[in-house]
Write a protein that binds this ligand. Structure first.
Ligand code: KIV
Length: 291
């Protein structure tokens, strides 16, 4: 099979919109370092998201709230150094766009200076001002509605959103407000599939779903979920394409067993001492070379 990355052009917002208009669904995957980014780009994904899910997935936090700008910059820089052809989006972490427009523009603009092509932020009507300010500063903004992980305490947990009629209407209204404010795309997370499809119909800009059903214009998954790298039962909306956790644990255990059994490394994994050096070493050992 030829690599999907062969001859790929750099993806941009107009190219992504063209794909959607041509009836193609967009695939966005999270990546938190250069290894993830190279794998995702080689597989030909349309967008890479340096998500603040790095907090739960890689940094051991219980939620995304402790993730800072410094942490996001560190992970964004690692991904951006690989110069992916996929369109590169980065999450604005909690408190990086809540404390004033100037602060928000500085934080989001700093991401663009580090190689991101767009930023993502969570929230609806309450984010209209900040979205407008960022767009006005030439910073493309992706919205994020429904189950927004930075609102975990306000929501009272990670429950599916928009199940009640008034909540469903609010999701649609928020999406329209974000579109009017200038968002170029919106992530819909953890909402019923019917609502995901309805929001997608109501909007002119594309939607990207995660636990929002097949009616969205594209889908996003967390890298580690797709590869099954995390232990335990995944969320309902995850499809695992390999058993990365089990396969990795088994490979590491086999290596440790080989080390303990003295069968790793063998000759194939070892460097050979050239004959003259071996002779000299033997002579030295026999005392002839010592003074
Ligand atoms: O941080 C993240 O990974 C995300 C996706 C779940 C959309 O925001």
């Amino acid at each position: 099979m030829s690599s999907p990355s062969t001859n790929r052009v750099q993806l941009t917002i107009p190219k992504l919109i063209e794909k959607v208009q041509a009836g193609e669904k967009l695939a966005m995957l999270t990546a938190y370092d250069a290894v993830h980014a190279r794998l995702a780009d080689a597989a030909g994904v349309d967008m890479i998201l340096v998500g603040d899910s790095v907090g739960n997935v890689c940094l051991g936090f219980d939620n995304t709230l402790p993730v800072s700008m410094a942490m996001m910059n560190h992970h964004l820089e690692a991904v951006a150094r690989t110069r992916p052809k996929a369109f590169l989006v980065v999450d604005l972490p909690y408190l990086s766009y809540h404390l004033g427009l100037e602060d928000s523009i500085r934080n989001a603009g700093g991401f663009l200076q580090r190689g991101a092509q767009a930023v993502k932020l969570e929230g609806g009507a309450n984010r209209v001002q900040v979205v407008k300010a960022l767009v006005d500063a030439e910073i493309p903004v992706m919205g994020h509605l429904g189950l927004t992980p930075q609102s975990v305490h306000a929501m009272g947990g990670y429950a599916v959103q928009g199940r009640a009629g008034h909540e469903a209407i609010r999701v649609v209204e928020d999406a329209l407000r974000l579109q009017d404010a200038g968002c170029f795309m919106i992530v819909l997370e953890g909402i019923p599939a019917d609502l995901g499809a309805r929001v997608t119909q109501e909007l002119e800009i594309p939607t990207i779903g995660i636990g929002a059903g097949p009616g969205c214009d594209g889908q996003v998954l967390v890298f580690h979920d797709l590869l099954g790298l995390l232990p335990g039962k995944p969320a309902k909306f995850v499809r695992k394409y390999m058993s990365g956790y089990e396969d990795s644990v088994s490979a590491i255990a086999r290596w440790a067993e080989d080390v303990r059994g003295g069968v790793f490394p063998d000759a194939r994994e070892s460097y050979i001492l050239p004959e003259p050096a071996r002779k000299l070493l033997n002579e030295w050992h026999a005392g002839e070379g010592r003074n």
